[in-house]
Design a protein around this ligand. Structure first.
Ligand code: PMP
Length: 420
C-alpha cells in the first residue's frame, strides 16, 4: 500500500479522482522554501556562524578575531582548564556515550553525583538531569498537566515553556510581562482543576527578574504550583549563585518546581529539575523527554559537577561580573544608550527596527566586536535589539572597548523609547 508521501505519478493503479486530489496537494518542501525566502526578504532570516575557538572573551570566526558579547558563559567557566581536566579524566574512566536512557542502563554514578550536588546547591530534596533545558521544560509540563488543564505563563517566557504547555494539550494563558494582577485574573477565570504557573526567573531576552515573591504568594493563595525556569539566574544570582529563587528568599514550598540549565553560567550542557522526592519520582515515571532519550555523556556530568563546585565557591566570578555590569551600565547611561533596566548579565540594547539592529551588529563586527542582533519572532515586532551579555571572563578594558565602539556608532535613543 503506497504511503501518503509517495508521488502520485508512481501509483499507476489508483483511481483518477485520488490521483487528481493528491496532485493538488501542495508540496511541503516547496512551501517551506517560500516561507524561508519570505523571511529572508523581511531581513529576518537567522544566520549560522561557525566559531573556530573555545568560548572566551575572544572568539575566532572566518579568520577574524572577535571580542564577543553574546555568549551565555556568564561566569567564564566554559573553557576553565579544571573542567576540561575533569571531562578528560572521566572520559578515560567512563568512555563517551552513556549507552542508553537513564531508565535502561545509562544512569551512571557521575549522573547520580551531579544530581545530588544540584539538589544540595538549590536547597531541594532531589534533582533530575535532562539532556537539554528545552527537553526539561517540555517534559515537566507534559508530565504535570493533563489535557485542558490550566497553564498560566508570562508572555516573555522562553519558547520551550510555551511549547511544553502545547505538548501537554493544556489551556495556555499568557499574561502581560511581569503583570501579577493579570496572572491572578487568569487563574480566577478557571478556578476548578489543577493549574500550573510557569515563569522564567531571569528573562532571556530582557534580562530582568520575575516578580517571584508576588507570584509565589499568588500561587499559594490559588492552590497553584509555581514553576521557575532559572536558566539565566543559576550561578549569577543569590548567595553561592543558587539563583533568582534563592535570592528572593523562596523555599521549595514556595517554588516546588525549579528548573535550570547547565549550558550557561555553568559552562557545560544539559539541565535539571529540582524539587521534592515526590516530584522527581513522578517525573521519572511520566516525563517523556526524560524517559525516551539517551542520558547525557557521564564525563559531561563529571565536568558539570566540577563546574557546580567552582560556581559555588568562586565568589569572585559573580563579584567581577557585577563590577563589569556597573561599568557598562554607567558608561551606557553617559552615552544615552537605550538599555533595558536589567541587573543581570543580559544587557539588551534596544534598537527597535530589525534592520537597525542588523546594521548595528554589522558595524560592531567591522570593529572586531561580536554582538548578535535579536529580531522577531524571537522578540516582539519593533523590539529588535542587540542582546549584549557580559561574563566574568571579560575585563574592564573589554567593556570600555565595547562602549567606545557603541559611541562611535552614535546610536542615541531607541525609536521605542526604551529606558536607559
Ligand atoms: N530556558 C531558558 C530561559 C532559556 O533561555 C533556554 C535556552 N537559551 C532554555 C530554557 C533551553 O535550554 P537549553 O539550551 O539547555 O535547551
Amino acid at each position: 500500500k503506497p504511503t501518503r508521501c509517495t508521488p502520485a505519478s508512481s501509483k499507476p493503479n489508483q483511481p483518477a479522482a485520488v490521483v487528481r486530489a493528491v496532485a493538488a496537494r501542495p508540496d511541503l518542501l516547496q512551501r517551506l522554501a517560500v516561507q524561508t525566502a519570505e523571511r529572508a526578504q523581511a531581513q529576518l532570516q537567522r544566520r549560522l556562524r561557525t566559531i573556530d575557538t573555545c568560548q572566551g572573551p575572544f572568539v575566532e570566526s572566518g579568520g577574524q578575531q572577535l571580542l564577543a558579547f553574546c555568549s551565555n558563559d556568564y561566569l567564564g567557566l566554559a573553557h576553565d582548564p579544571r573542567l576540561v581536566a575533569a571531562l578528560k579524566t572521566a572520559g578515560d574512566e567512563s568512555g563517551v556515550g552513556s549507552g542508553s536512557a537513564h531508565l535502561i542502563c545509562g544512569h551512571r554514578r557521575e549522573h547520580a553525583a551531579l544530581e545530588e550536588a544540584l539538589a544540595e546547591w538549590t536547597g531541594r530534596e532531589r534533582a533530575l538531569l535532562f539532556s537539554t533545558g528545552y527537553m526539561a521544560n517540555l517534559g515537566v509540563i507534559q508530565a504535570l498537566l493533563e489535557r485542558g488543564e490550566l497553564c498560566v505563563q508570562d508572555k516573555l517566557n522562553h519558547a520551550c515553556l510555551l511549547d511544553g504547555a502545547q505538548l501537554a494539550g493544556a489551556t495556555l494563558k499568557r499574561y502581560p510581562h511581569a503583570d501579577v494582577d493579570a496572572a491572578a485574573r487568569q487563574l480566577h477565570s478557571n478556578a476548578d482543576g489543577c493549574a500550573l504557573l510557569a515563569t522564567d526567573g531571569v528573562f532571556s531576552m530582557d534580562g530582568d527578574i520575575a516578580p517571584l515573591r508576588e507570584l509565589a504568594a499568588l500561587c499559594a493563595s490559588e492552590r497553584t504550583s509555581l514553576m521557575v525556569d532559572d536558566a539565566h539566574g543559576l550561578g549569577v544570582l543569590g548567595e553561592d549563585g543558587a539563583g533568582s529563587v534563592a535570592e528572593a528568599g523562596l523555599s521549595e514550598t514556595d517554588v516546588p518546581i525549579l528548573m535550570a540549565t547547565l549550558g550557561k553560567a555553568l559552562g557545560c550542557s544539559g539541565a535539571f529539575v529540582a524539587g521534592s522526592a515526590a516530584l522527581i519520582d513522578g517525573l521519572t515515571q511520566f516525563a517523556r523527554t526524560y524517559i525516551y532519550t539517551t542520558a547525557m555523556p557521564p564525563a559531561l556530568a563529571a565536568a558539570t559537577h566540577r563546574a557546580v563546585e567552582l560556581a559555588r565557591s568562586e565568589h569572585w566570578r559573580r563579584d567581577k561580573l557585577n563590577v563589569l555590569l556597573r561599568r557598562f551600565r554607567t558608561g551606557a547611561a553617559q552615552l544615552g544608550l537605550p538599555l533595558m533596566p536589567s541587573r543581570t548579565a543580559i544587557q539588551p540594547l534596544m534598537l527597535g527596527d530589525a534592520q537597525r539592529a542588523l546594521d548595528t551588529s554589522r558595524a560592531l563586527e567591522a570593529q572586531g566586536l561580536l554582538a548578535v542582533a535579536i529580531r522577531p519572532p524571537t522578540v516582539p515586532h519593533g523590539q529588535a535589539r542587540l542582546r549584549i551579555t557580559l561574563s566574568a571572563a571579560h575585563e574592564e578594558a573589554h567593556v570600555d572597548r565595547l562602549l567606545q565602539a557603541l559611541e562611535s556608532l552614535r546610536l542615541g535613543a531607541s525609536p521605542t523609547g526604551a529606558p536607559v
